[in-house]
Design a protein around this ligand. Structure first.
Ligand code: PEP
Length: 249
């Protein structure tokens, strides 16, 4: 059975006190045991989030990491640094990193390799832009994002990868892909995985949907057979909303 996962992406929000308040509030919510829950906090809050969530079922995830393990990269954070504070998972390839920080598929393939070499789990984000959906190239775009950044991996390495399909036009816009659109793309992703690898791998990888998921729409999106959870931006900043999304399975 595939893992069901709901991960919150806090992006560049909340100061230290607000971060602690949100985690305290989240710990007081009743969260479904069937779902793996994680929060991707800003780097500066990761260490305190790790200690605050100790003994709870809430995982702590980085939003990004550099492809090098150390060196002259001012302002960057490496995989060994994350591991050293107890962070074992990182997001990679978020559309905001691709758009504003010029992260390419080639760079992301390097980040993926570095993360795996350092025993980090990866939530790998990808998805098409509005123009690509309008022109009907969205399936090809998604296939090539996966091929370029992930298809050099062997079957064993895929055990450490969770995919997060996030159509760019639905992120932070209030516009959600319909449950049918999400299901259609997730099924496509499994087809692509099955033809590159095999059906067993395709069926074993958890694929999250991200893009304006809220308590009001989570249930019908998560009900789709190929949707294994969500990557949640805005709604993860409110403990009750995030908990309602977790409990929407
Ligand atoms: C995200 O940033 O990954 C995201 C899905 O954001 P939102 O839920 O706010 O659309």
């Amino acid at each position: 059975m595939r893992k069901q996962i709901v991960a919150g992406n806090w992006k560049m929000n909340l100061d230290a006190a607000q971060s602690q308040e949100l985690i305290t509030a989240l710990k007081s919510e009743k969260l479904s045991n069937a779902v793996q829950v994680a929060i991707a906090t800003p780097f500066v809050h990761l260490a305190s989030a790790v200690s605050q969530t100790k003994g709870s079922d809430i995982g702590v995830v980085a939003q990004n990491m550099h492809q090098a393990i150390s060196g002259a990269f001012t302002g960057e954070i490496s995989a060994p640094m994350l591991k050293s504070i107890g962070v074992n998972t990182t997001l990679l390839g978020h559309s905001e990193r691709r758009a504003y920080f010029h992260e390419t598929d080639t760079m992301l393939a390097e980040k993926v390799n570095t993360a795996l070499e350092n025993e980090l789990e990866i939530i790998f984000c990808f998805g098409e832009e509005l123009e690509q959906r309008k022109s009907g190239s969205h399936f090809d775009v998604v296939s090539s994002q996966l091929r370029n950044a992930l298809f050099h991996l062997d079957t064993t390495q895929w055990k450490h990868i969770v995919l997060a399909y996030e159509p760019v036009w639905a992120i932070g816009t209030g516009e959600t892909a319909s449950p049918e659109q999400a299901q259609e793309m997730h099924a496509h992703i499994r087809d692509v995985l099955a033809s590159q690898y095999d059906d067993s791998l395709a069926q074993s990888v958890s694929i999250l949907y991200g893009g304006s998921v809220k308590p009001s729409n989570a249930k019908e999106i998560f009900a789709k057979p190929d949707v294994d959870g969500g990557l949640i931006g805005g709604a993860s900043l409110n403990a009750a909303d995030f908990a309602a999304i977790v409990n929407a399975f």
